[in-house]
Design a protein around this ligand. Structure first.
Ligand code: 5GP
Ligand code: ZN
Length: 112
């Protein structure tokens, strides 16, 4: 499968990887929308959150736990946003489940 995030996870494409464990990888977004903008992904290819099944529930928990750990490591625990765009109409451009971990600026609510 020709998936850029699978390639990054497999070290077949370059990325600034800042965290890795058995099931997840995190790297800096190529086009950051905040002073800190990290993408947290499962190593396993899943198209989106909607494509997750019962078998992925533990993995989803691990992604969130990894995100909190990364936030602690980057000293942004007091203020960050963790978001996934699900589907093209919601802004998803890469079809491999990923969470944007963003910090370092003020975030609006509701989001744009
Ligand atoms: P989406 O729009 O799907 O929610 O988020 C995809 C994100 O992946 C975008 O913020 C985009 O900048 C980032 N991105 C796309 N291709 C690459 C890449 O090859 N390397 C890195 N580091 N980020 C990428
Ligand atoms: Zn993939």
């Amino acid at each position: 499968m020709d998936c850029i995030f699978c390639k990054i996870a497999a070290r077949q494409a370059k990325a600034d990887i800042i965290y890795e464990d058995e099931e997840t990888v995190a790297f800096r977004d190529l086009n950051p929308q905040a002073p800190t903008h990290i993408l947290v992904i499962p190593k396993k290819h899943i198209d989106s959150l909607s494509a997750c099944g019962e078998q992925d529930i533990e993995l989803l928990g691990r992604i969130q736990a990894a995100s909190a750990k990364i936030a602690e490591k980057l000293k942004i625990s007091d203020a960050f946003r963790l978001v996934t765009n699900n589907g093209a109409k919601a802004g998803q451009s890469v079809k491999h489940l990923h969470y944007h971990l963003m910090a370092g600026r003020r975030f609006m609510w509701p989001p744009g």
